[in-house]
Design a protein around this ligand. Structure first.
Ligand SMILES: NC(=O)c1ccc[n+]([C@@H]2O[C@H](COP(=O)([O-])OP(=O)(O)OC[C@H]3O[C@@H](n4cnc5c(N)ncnc54)[C@H](OP(=O)(O)O)[C@@H]3O)[C@@H](O)[C@H]2O)c1
Length: 253
């Protein structure tokens, strides 16, 4: 059975590690190519876009793929839409491996917004020390608020993505723990955090740290993803793959 895993997340890497142990499944991990040094993969890997839904249809056909697992990040909506369209076109089974969103807990001071663009005014007009953990691709939105100091954490260097006067960058890849996140928030005198509602444990420590320090957090809601079969865990994704493997056998009976 040939499975394409659309990756770029810790869950995709964990699923890849499990699939690499299986001799009955021929799986390949696909990455967009956003990071120069992706984590090593135990599975064969392909890197780069497919060329939209059309390109993905071609790729899936050429590689005689039997099933697709979309384990992309909750904010990678375009890839998920393309996967849904391509699988629908080819009649291929598609599973979304999707981690649940974070939910506000007592003590949290969340300001929930719908888009990154809405996060900018949510920080407020007065100059503040802002911890930006939204990746680097949408940093430019904050150029309209040059009055703030920004501490930007990202995996890749941000280059000139945020050309405002007071920017400090931190290159780091999760997981992060609460004690170091609290220490960072305190040592940088952070007033407010801006984050996407990524869900998962790897980057949750800043949310817990903010709660402990009573700091406000601007939380950007997730974009909509297509309604496809979905699970929340790697174990459940493996069960689904196995169930797909049984389908052709049953058909043959
Ligand atoms: N957005 C985030 O906050 C975030 C955070 C952590 C990790 N990531 C990971 O980074 C990647 C890019 O995220 P994004 O938000 O830019 O995605 P996106 O907006 O949904 O995708 C933009 C384009 O990038 C290509 N692409 C995305 N994921 C791909 C994959 N796994 N394999 C091959 N091509 C892929 C596709 O190009 P074509 O149309 O040419 O096929 C897609 O149309 C994703 O794999 C995602 O899992 C994203």
């Amino acid at each position: 059975m040939r499975v394409l895993v659309l990756g770029g997340t810790a869950e995709a890497s964990a699923l890849a590690a499990k699939l690499a142990e299986r001799t009955d499944i021929d799986a390949i991990l696909s990455l967009a190519g956003r990071t120069a040094n992706p984590r090593p993969s135990p599975l064969p890997r392909r890197i780069g876009g497919f060329g939209g839904a059309e390109g993905l249809v071609r790729w899936l056909t050429e590689h005689q793929t039997d099933a697709v697992v979309d384990a992309t990040h909750p904010f990678a909506a375009m890839m998920s839409r393309n996967a849904a369209a391509a699988c629908r076109r080819l009649g291929l089974p598609l599973l979304g491996l999707r981690r649940p969103p974070w939910r506000a807990e007592p003590g949290d001071r969340w300001i929930e917004v719908t888009t990154i663009a809405d996060a900018v005014p949510a920080v407020g007009p007065a100059p503040r020390r802002v911890f930006l953990t939204i990746g680097r691709l949408e940093l430019a939105r904050f150029t309209t608020a040059p009055q703030h100091f920004y501490l930007v954490r990202s995996i890749e260097p941000i280059g000139d993505a945020l050309p405002t006067p007071r920017v400090k960058t931190l290159l780091a890849r999760g997981p992060f723990d609460e004690a170091s996140e609290r220490a960072l928030l305190e040592s940088e005198h952070i007033d407010i955090i801006v984050t996407k509602n990524s869900g998962g444990l790897a980057t949750y420590a800043k949310i817990a740290g903010a709660r402990a320090l009573r700091l406000p957090v601007v939380v950007v809601a997730r974009p909509e993803k297509p309604a496809v079969a979905q699970v929340e865990s790697v174990a459940a994704a493996l069960e689904w793959i196995d169930s797909q493997q049984r389908v052709p056998l049953l058909r043959g009976v």
